[in-house]
Design a protein around this ligand. Structure first.
Ligand code: CA
Length: 222
């Protein structure tokens, strides 16, 4: 997996590069928007990490330009701003996810993994983990062939976990992607919904699929 990091702050760029390389990714760095655009359109990447405030071409403009040019590589946008308006602006320009600086590297890495995984799984009609099947067209969920009734929110939560099977998703990611808001103080709600899901998905089976990763979040795996 090859990642392009477009970031003018050397300290942050080096920090990201070092961390990603330790995880086995190859990383190129562009230090302004122009160089970033050049690399993004001439090289093959699996993911772009894009800073918002950049010399020459800013992140929003660059993101929009890449999407206009039909570059569909997933983009994770970085910014110091933390208002809903800026977030919407970033996502409207074509970014797939958005992370506010300063961030913990674990949170960053979790999002990188999810974006790389999502790129693989966008085309499928059914998500399958072991004997658990979620049909994206009919919205039917079965385990071992038996249908499971879920509420709309439970379905959305399960879909997100299944799309990211085998990777840890943090509570912040769940709050942003399943609840569409950032409610750090109410993450208890997520734990409650996870319990609802466990009761419906896992309770009657010895082989549990939903796992808690202490201090980090949740993972769905066989
Ligand atoms: Ca910057």
């Amino acid at each position: 997996m090859r990642i392009l990091v477009i970031e003018d702050e050397k300290k942050i760029a080096d920090f990201i590069k070092r961390g990603l390389k330790e995880e086995g990714y190859s990383v190129d760095i562009a230090t302004d928007g122009e160089q970033g655009h050049f690399l993004a359109t001439t090289e093959e990447y699996d993911l772009i990490v894009l800073d918002l405030m950049l010399p020459k071409i800013d992140g929003i403009t660059l993101c929009r330009r890449l999407r206009d040019e039909k570059v569909s590589i997933p983009i994770l946008m970085l910014t110091v701003k933390d208002s809903v308006k800026d977030k919407v602006k970033g996502l409207d320009s074509g970014a797939n996810d958005y992370l506010t600086k300063p961030f913990a590297f674990e949170e960053f890495l979790a999002r990188v993994r999810v974006l790389l995984r999502r790129a693989e799984s966008t085309q499928v009609a059914k998500l399958v983990v072991g004997n658990l099947v979620l049909d994206l067209l009919t919205h039917k969920v079965t385990r071992a062939g038996k249908e499971i009734e879920l509420t709309a929110k439970e379905f959305a939560l399960l879909e997100y976990l299944m799309r990211n099977k085998g990777v840890v998703v943090t509570r912040t990611m769940l709050s942003e992607h399943v609840w569409d808001i950032n409610f750090d103080t109410l993450t208890n709600v997520i734990d409650v919904y996870i319990n609802y899901l466990r009761n419906k998905i896992d309770r009657d089976f010895n082989n549990k699929l939903i796992h808690t990763v202490r201090g980090r979040g949740y993972i769905l795996k066989e």
